[in-house]
Design a protein around this ligand. Structure first.
Ligand code: MG
Ligand code: ZN
Length: 218
């Protein structure tokens, strides 16, 4: 085996072990963990705000925000009523299980029902680093273009659900929804999909209901 590949596999193996221990900590405290991934600007923070507004009266929700340099997103989550922990990745372009472990150490998991992790905006490497959360969600958005499943297949393959945000912009943008969905279906057959808009609120209810059912069951 090529030495570089061996090193990468060792790092990923260590990450998976830590992810498993994060999962155990979440399970022991009956916390549902969700990992939100997307490119920058797809609407991760907006979807988190909307989810908080709809579910904060029913569940204790914490948000862990991965950001390269700022706390803007964590501040927005806190303003929307969540316990928020900021992880500055120091330039690193994804979250890993060590970073989530450190964030979990700052939370009292016994007081939390739902943990939403906002990953760093990036369509490549977040897919390679398990965190230990129960569900991985990808947010695509109409302005990014309909070719993204074809260009970033790894991201679409490993997720449990797909949010298609900004559907209210479809009349103004050349986005062929059938072409997009065919690409998704080839990579992740039968993937649960939520077309919605965080701005016009269309389609939001299905997403909220899905998260509510999962959080209730965990
Ligand atoms: Mg954000
Ligand atoms: Zn990265």
């Amino acid at each position: 085996m090529n030495q570089r590949i061996a090193v990468v596999e060792k790092i990923l193996g260590a990450n998976e072990k830590l992810a498993a221990s994060n999962r155990l900590a979440l399970d022991e405290a009956s916390v549902l963990g969700i990992n939100l991934m997307a490119s920058p600007g797809a609407g991760k923070t907006s979807l988190i705000e909307l989810t908080l507004q709809n579910l904060r009266h029913q569940f204790q929700i914490a948000v862990v925000d991965g950001d390269i340099a700022t706390s803007i997103d964590a501040d927005r989550a806190a303003a929307a009523g969540a316990q928020a922990v900021q992880i500055n990745t120091g330039g690193e372009c994804h979250l890993d299980a060590v970073m989530l472990q450190e964030a979990l150490g700052q939370l009292n998991l016994d007081e939390i029902d739902l943990l939403i992790v906002e990953n760093v905006g990036n369509l490549i490497c977040p897919a390679n680093f398990q965190l230990g959360t129960h569900k991985s969600i990808l947010i695509a958005s109409v302005p990014e273009g309909d070719d993204k499943p074809y260009k970033y297949p790894g991201m679409y393959q490993g997720v449990d659900a797909l949010v298609i945000n900004k559907v209210d912009l479809q009349p103004y943008i050349d986005f062929d929804m059938d072409y997009f969905r065919r690409g998704v279906e080839a990579l992740n057959p039968g993937l649960m999909t939520f077309p919605l808009s965080c701005r016009s609120f269309e389609g939001v209810e299905a997403w909220i209901n899905w998260v509510r059912d999962l959080a209730t069951a965990s």
